[in-house]
Design a protein around this ligand. Structure first.
Ligand code: ADP
Ligand code: ADP
Ligand code: ZN
Length: 219
């Protein structure tokens, strides 16, 4: 099974990808997480990506296509994957298509998690994650069961992303509409585009995604 989650920044892609990976034995491939790891490690790619990410712009196609090409060759990707945050431009979608065709693989579903821009500032400014295990939370919509303690690992340290502030949200949304939304017709033409209402509560969105995943698994 090979899935793509599309949608605006803060739309819930990472939250849902983590749930689906656990339920269906897939691996979540998040270019945002990979790029943040590169920035943290101080690698050459990290140095090139840091300022671009902090400004809410897209990192160059060459860099992210290279990262994904390496990642899908890893043994764990053989069990199937959920792409979260990639592709983000038509050039990335085309490059992905080529990589999959070479491996005789195809995308089973490209799912747009649709959330209006007006809801995005609150989603993004309230987001935080566990420093130890990466579990995602929200100040209002997804608080840990016990204040200050990660549900998943018991960790007590949490982090907020450098780019998760009201100032960068607009440029990230602009990048989404100008550069990423144009890939929706690309998947629609292939007959694999699905849309889910990302304004629903987290569990409701997961239910709708399950229906799509289970529907495309039998087809
Ligand atoms: P993305 O990966 O698309 O950027 P996230 O999955 O990180 O988005 O979600 C952004 C923030 O919104 C997180 O803090 C998350 O807990 C919260 N969130 C995700 N889905 C929902 C939802 N359906 N309703 C309310 N809050 C949500
Ligand atoms: P979100 O969906 O919450 O905006 P991500 O974690 O997917 O965040 O991405 C964070 C930042 O990393 C993006 O704003 C962009 O600068 C960079 N990035 C991630 N994935 C890509 C990609 N496929 N192409 C270009 N830049 C990317
Ligand atoms: Zn944790």
């Amino acid at each position: 099974m090979h899935l793509i989650l599309l949608g605006p920044p803060g739309g819930g892609k990472g939250t849902q990808a983590k749930r689906l990976q656990d339920e269906y034995g897939l691996v979540q491939l998040s270019t945002g997480d990979m790029l943040r790891a590169a920035v943290a490690s101080g690698s050459e790619i990290g140095k090139q990506a840091k300022a671009v990410m902090e400004a809410g712009k897209l990192v160059s196609d060459d860099i992210v296509i290279g990262i994904i090409a390496d990642r899908i060759k890893q043994p764990d990707a053989k069990k199937g994957f959920i792409l979260d945050g990639f592709p983000r431009t038509v050039a990335q979608a085309e490059a992905l298509d080529k990589m999959l065709t070479e491996r005789k693989l195809k995308i089973d579903a490209a799912i747009e998690v649709r959330v209006p821009d007006t809801m995005i500032v609150e989603r993004i400014t309230g987001r935080f994650t566990c420093a130890k295990c990466g579990a995602g939370y929200h100040d209002k919509f997804q608080r840990p069961k016990a204040d200050g303690v990660c549900d998943a690992c018991g960790g007590r340290e949490f982090v907020r992303r450098a780019d998760d502030n009201a100032a960068t949200v607009q440029s990230r949304l602009d990048a989404y509409h100008a550069q990423t939304a144009p890939i929706l017709p690309f998947y629609d033409k292939k007959g694999v585009l699905k849309v889910v209402d990302g304004t629903l509560p987290i569990e409701e969105v997961t239910k709708r995604l399950r229906d799509i995943v289970e529907g495309s698994a039998v087809s």
